[in-house]
Ligand binder design. Sequence first.
Ligand code: IVH
Length: 683
Amino acid sequence: MDRQEANREVARLRQEIRHHDHLYYVRDEPRISDAAYDRLYHRLKDLEETFPELVTPDSPTQRVGGAPLDGFPAVDHAAPMLSLDSDQDEAALQRFDERLRKGLEGAAVAYTIEPKLDGASLEVVYRDGLLSGAATRGDGRRGEGITENARTIRSLPLRLQSDRRPIPPFLSLRGEVIMRIEEFDKLNERLVAAGRDPFANPRNVAAGALRQLDPRDTAAKPLDIYVYDILAVDWGDHAEQAPTRQWEVFERLRDWGLPVSSLSSRGETVEDILAYHADLDTRRDDLGFEIDGIVIKLDDLAARETLGTTSRHPRWAFAFKFPPRREITRLMQILPSVGRTGVVTPVAMLRPVELSGVTVSRATLHNREELARKDVREGDRVRIQRAGDVIPQVLEVIPEPDRERAAPWAMPERCPSCDTPLIDKGPFVLCPNSFECPAQLEGRLIHFASRDALDIEGLGEKSVRLFVAEKLVTNLPDIFDLEARPLMSLEGFGKKSATDLVAAIATASNAELHRFLYGLGIPEVGVTTARDLARHFGTFEALRQADDAALQEVAGVGPRVSEEIVAFFAEERYRAVLDALLDGRVTLVEPGPPEPQDEAGEPPLAGKKMVFTGGLGELSRRQAKELAEGLGAKVTGSVSKATDYVVAGEDPGSKYDKAVALDIEILDADGFLALLAEHGVTP
Ligand code: IVH
């Protein structure tokens, strides 16, 4: 290929990759598989390596670049980045509305109502459509220049594009950088597993990641951004196109390819605002990222000028906050808790307290270093926090100068469950009695029966503890030998619950391979890895025989993971457990050879978005979802224009009406089964 051909090909690839980045990161509507995307990306990367003179800063390959800095340059913002007047009291919201109406002398008022994203505020500058600068908020007038770090945020376009609207020669925007809870939880799991302290909340991670001197350290923490405001702009020859309302600002930002929250709404009265606030508060745990309230802004941009700002806040906007997810309570006791891997962690037993609708009575203290660093002792008053879906944690001790404190807590010398002397292993304290320690057996059983593993209804924490205490179960395979009669006399059990449980265990004994794998609790093998392994190897035997090299062929399996898997299968006592399980107790449902593929090498429903509503008879929602995902479909919770299929079973909900309104293909249960059968899948 000569340089000219390469140039054309590079331009075409970049355009295509940008298009798919936009679909994936901004619109959340991917159209091609990860593998197909990787092919495009690697083709571009190869060409750029062969013809380095063709590399441009806005190429999708150039997100993580630049040498580490010694410090950040100070950057003046294009316009002050003000903060908001805020309160969680309804009365304060009323006062804001009244003041605003008075200031506008009774003119009609329209508001935009937006989620208040709990992240780090960022200024982003585009010159002639190219991302040319980014700065933290700093003191509001001046921040730190962190352009290279902002470039690693995949949803932030390196180049603005629109076929409908001109791109201004100069554009300064404001947005909020966040980390999604899924990423946050993954990060904290890794930290805790390595014996390090976890982060308190996603905001701290986002703010910290933006201020890394080496952009590669930022890129290692996947961040996201939503843009909500134009700080300053030069419209060039298109001043007549300038938006006049906040709502138009959102539309314009979207037109340019920028990520704008789809949760924003409009309203006119305090009632509208309260309704939005209440609605968002109930959905708060399902958004996938943290919000700490809502922001109300006057929609009419010209009218904002009339109201102006105080020294710190605009008079035309207000943040109506949610009640905090932090509370103060007393720590009654610290108990060592033995997990399924034998690691002993201190757990804080709290005086129960309500934290945004959930009663909390225990919180993790993670490890003894953290305990020592925070100097938490029994009897202390402590501030606790629930961040995202994570288990509540103890943030800090509230000093009480007049109170005498207990002595610092010490880890016991012997296992609280089996009395075996504990050992130090790196940052952890461990009970080495992996196979007989009742606490570890309990942990392993609870995990094995949990929702993402064998999903055995009725075999929760309480029954597991009881069965272990009564010695009805002394090893994992024993649960499949349980009989109903001896259970009936146990506390909390009757005839029905005992037979139901035995029946549930029998049903679960036909186990899908990936659930079984996850349930074994192999270190480093989570839900996703288990699924990938099952899909790749097809059978348990194939996986069990695999060596390091074969395991590492699976995407996402590196040396650390493969080492754990190999070690697990090599351990004599795990082998005995597996043999006992597979000797008639568990029948594995194995996917066999990899999924059917069409000619292009993609699963047949790759990129298709599917929504389920209503009951599907025999098929549970989860099974249906897994079958559809197995064919490459993406199953989402709500119907939009981008939805390809709505599967409507018995008693469908409002999603059905929405599908009709949007003219989306609707399948009933039989239609869904037919679609599966078309691609060689039968449940
Ligand atoms: S508007 C003058 N809108 O909340 C306009 N802020 O003090 C000021 N925030 O530091 C900001 N979501 O980082 C606005 N939809 C949203 C927001 C938002 C989050 C942050 C922002 C600011 C703080 C309020």
